[in-house]
Design a protein around this ligand. Structure first.
Ligand SMILES: Nc1ncnc2c1ncn2[C@@H]1O[C@H](COP(=O)(O)OP(=O)(O)OP(=O)(O)O)[C@@H](O)[C@H]1O
Length: 321
């Protein structure tokens, strides 16, 4: 059996002044599976993903540990030990595909050179891998594609080439941060289908970061819901949607069919504002907005409890299927 693509334990992020931004995140992405990480703006999705990859911006510090594939456990408070694995063990796809390219270099060398320079493949192996990915991602013939400059690619093609570049070294884990928000609705769905197909090959695990409950529900095997830097709930998509264990998830799911003008199912607005780091409420962080809050929720922080493949942080979570 494949090792998990990634295991993250007790991931936490603080600002340098000590304010907690993310805490207690435990996550496993199996090879061949797609896990969606959902949450409102500021919930900590990007910070969580970047902390896993040792890529936090200045001003934030991580704790916890991570393991990619069959590799060693790495201490997230020492990002210098994680970063060298990027590319080979884990890839990151950002919102803007163009940011992946060197604007003055043709596509062919950009696809091939980094893996050769990092001694992951010989040049003929890298060219063969690039050709294989072009075919898999329905890109134009390598002979013509490789001669193009990044500005000559359309939006959809740019996305696919950026994906090919990230997949060149066959990473165990691909983290995709709002992959398609810059694209129109059809291209978004196309890009997610591609990611689904890549994950379906069974070699790569995907962590998809999104606001879009509809897309995540459609494409991901599991959903993790972040609220105020904490995992509110995590479990198999079908179970979480059918029987959400956390009141926050229940609220999201119950109004998830609200469509916006481009027919995207976005994370619906829950009444009130999410709290900010450094200003977390007492007890359960969701209690000021929770329709089911009781006295205990105001005073006591719920422990994240698990049952089988699911877990939730609510005093009254019912994790029975
Ligand atoms: N460099 C930084 N220094 C201090 N705080 C930061 C820094 N970067 C992010 N934060 C804070 O971390 C919190 C989580 O941010 P993050 O970008 O992870 O949210 P998100 O869930 O990805 O939101 P969005 O969906 O809007 O991208 C926010 O409150 C943000 O202000």
């Amino acid at each position: 059996m494949n090792a998990p693509a990634v295991v993250v334990e007790d991931l936490a992020v603080r600002t340098v002044s000590g304010a907690e931004v993310v805490s207690g995140v435990n996550l496993v992405v199996q090879a061949g599976r797609m896990v969606g990480l959902l949450g409102e703006t500021g919930a900590g999705k990007t910070v969580t993903a970047r902390a896993m990859l040792g890529l936090l911006p200045r001003g934030l510090k991580a704790a916890g540990r991570v393991r990619f594939g069959r590799g060693q456990w790495l201490d997230l408070s020492k990002p210098d030990t994680v970063v060298p694995l990027l590319g080979r063990m884990a890839g990151l796809m950002l919102q803007d595909p163009a940011s992946a390219f060197d604007p003055v270099q043709r596509i062919g060398p950009q696809l091939v050179e980094s893996v050769v320079r990092n001694r992951l493949m010989s040049k003929p192996e890298a060219v063969a891998r690039a050709e294989e990915l072009c075919a898999k991602l329905s890109l134009p013939e390598p002979a013509s594609l490789f001669r193009l400059f990044p500005h000559e690619l359309s939006g959809g093609m740019s996305q696919r080439v950026a994906l090919a570049m990230t997949l060149m070294p066959a990473p165990e884990l691909l983290v995709v941060d709002e992959p398609t928000s810059a694209l129109d609705a059809n291209l978004r769905v196309d890009a997610l289908r591609l990611l689904r197909d890549i994950a379906g090959d069974g070699n790569t695990g995907m962590l998809l970061i999104s606001h879009d409950l509809g897309l995540v529900s459609h494409f991901c095997d599991e959903i993790g819901i972040l609220y105020a830097g904490h995992l509110a709930e995590l479990g198999p998509t079908s179970t979480v949607l059918r029987k959400p264990a956390h009141p926050y998830t229940r609220t999201l799911v119950s109004c998830s069919l609200r469509l916006n003008s481009s027919n995207r199912v976005l994370l619906p607005t829950v009444g009130g504002e999410p709290p900010l780091p450094g200003d977390w409420p007492s007890g359960c962080y969701f209690h000021p907005r929770c329709p089911a809050a009781r006295e205990k929720c105001r005073d006591q922080t719920p422990v994240y409890v698990t049952a089988g493949a699911r877990g939730a942080a609510c005093h009254f979570a019912d994790l029975e299927d």
